[in-house]
Ligand binder design. Sequence first.
Ligand code: SF4
Length: 680
Amino acid sequence: MSLEEHASVCTFDCPDTCSLTVTVDDGRITKVRGSEAMPFTDGVICTKVARDMTAFVHGPQRILHPLRRVGAKGSGQFERISWDAALDEIHARVGEIIHRWGPQAVAPFNYAGPHGLLAYDSMSLRFFHRLGASVVYRRGLCGGVRSEAWAGTYGAVSGVPPEFAEHAKLNVVWGNNATVANLHLVRCIRRAKRKGGRLVVIDPLRTKIAEQADLHLAILPGTDVLLAWSLAAELERMGAFDNAFIAAHVLGLDEFMARARQWPAARAAAVCGVSESQILTLASWLAEADPLVLTPGNGLERGRNGGSGIRAAIALPALLGKFGRGSGISIAAGNAFPKTLAKLQRPDLVPQGTRTLDLVDFGRHLVEDDLDPPLRALFIYNHNPIVVHPDQNRMRRGLARDDIFSVGIEVAMTESMAHCDIVLPAATHFEYPDLYASYGHQWLQRAEPVIPPLGESLPNTEIFRRLAARFGFDEPCFKASDADLMDEAVDSADPRLDGVRPSQISTDTAVAMMAPDGKPPVLFENVFPATPSGKVELKSEALATRWGADALFAEWRERAAEAAYPLMLISPASDKRISSTLGSIGASRKAPPLMMHPADAASRGLTTGDVKVWNERGEVILPLQVTEKVPPGVVASEKGAWLSTSPTGQTISALVSADARADIALGACFNDTRVEVTAA
Ligand code: SF4
């Protein structure tokens, strides 16, 4: 028996990107715990990763060999084939499609399973760019609205590191289910509270972090922009604005305030579903807080007013001039890293005139054939579209088409993989080296494999190297090793690397992404807005140019009530999965409950047992949980459950429209869904 401990990094789609210590016993991962290599996560990890990694790597769902489909799409019937046979078949089938339809009939259909710079998209995009496949815009599925709102208002700079929360006199956690999806922020906030700091949580759901708050505003989904405007109006009335700061650094105040003044606290409270006194209390706390740290999450972006809600919320510190001396907005950590994605992904290989498709539209494209050329070959990797995309039933119909050739590249046999013609076995992040630039903190990390790839699985980089070779792409960029790719992923000349090549960064430590003065980046101290005007842009010509004239300012788009579907459905993160990852393991195999307020349950005669949640797009059977954790008129159920958890074979994304979009960045509207609930 040989027992070893290795350093590693958690790659899952989570802002915390923890440093890990992995125990390996005779080639088998037996234990994963937090390590102190990275100071922010400092030895602590979430329960699901501590508990489920042996099953994730070594469990029966793991794909270990290339597979060819032998049953109907979705049936999960496959036969084992060799790598050579798999690559030959992919080359032949994709070649036929390109011959008939052209290369744009091929598309990568990927998102954010692993978050290492190499596994996420490196050699893969080189391959698709060289092939001439359709280019894909992916950010509408998640995160794009938030990052565009930030970039439009402050530019592509980083906010303050999340560690700043520890010293805040007031932490405002807005639309961020932090206990589940941003665990280490909660540790900082707890420390701040122990020192007398206050915590305000703004979230329709009474999350665990909301239970710990001094003030919880359980606003109705999508009304964030009204709350932020009413706070702005109240702060102005109180004389709390920093007029000198505004005069020097804010663009578009008059138009912003003209909208904000229409929503005094009493009026906004009625629409937001909170009390007037809560808004007034928060306004006075904002005015007096020093330092103030605002941490907006992804929750508020997932509705028609998502961009406006975030833009209005992140405007508040600017109105108060609360930047520096510990104050700031914790957001956009990814902008702190010297990533060189053009070198890594080689967009210069894309043939001129290649179209760009929106990932969220794929279900429609597949079902309706509304493109010329239509999509006829898909490579699904780092993604589980049947579970995570809106309009699940349409997506499933699209992926079930026999005239669309699908290649899957995955760790586990998901329901999306079951719809593929050829499935290639991907290695887990414990089996390849990678470089990690978190989207939630400002520490650069690297990891080496802790075990060799299981079975015949391979890292994504090697899979696409082999595909490139099989397609005859012999340019040097397709022969780059993983070390070469790391050195092309990040600027080696960045002084923060201190002369160390990215591929040589120690796996026992993490590199702090400080500002040029050697201190953490803080707006208006050592970082300044990177907007066209150099100011905080409450009026953004850049957003209007990118997303249409209506995006010039934050706006309010009211949604008419729908008599047939009176309840609003939201889908928060689960503490058992990361989106759909780990969905076939342990407690994830059970359907998550549907949370409903007692008043809504009583008016429908519902008390316990299974209920049917439905609208015109689908119906889902879920166990009912009657609870005051959701406000009246709102129901909630965790996202990411696999179809096998549901008697109807549908999960909540079946109820979400893929055609409704947020006001910027083509954001999917997961939290802007109307449903009705009846007994099952
Ligand atoms: S899922 Fe998030 S909190 Fe859990 S170990 Fe991974 S990075 Fe850390």
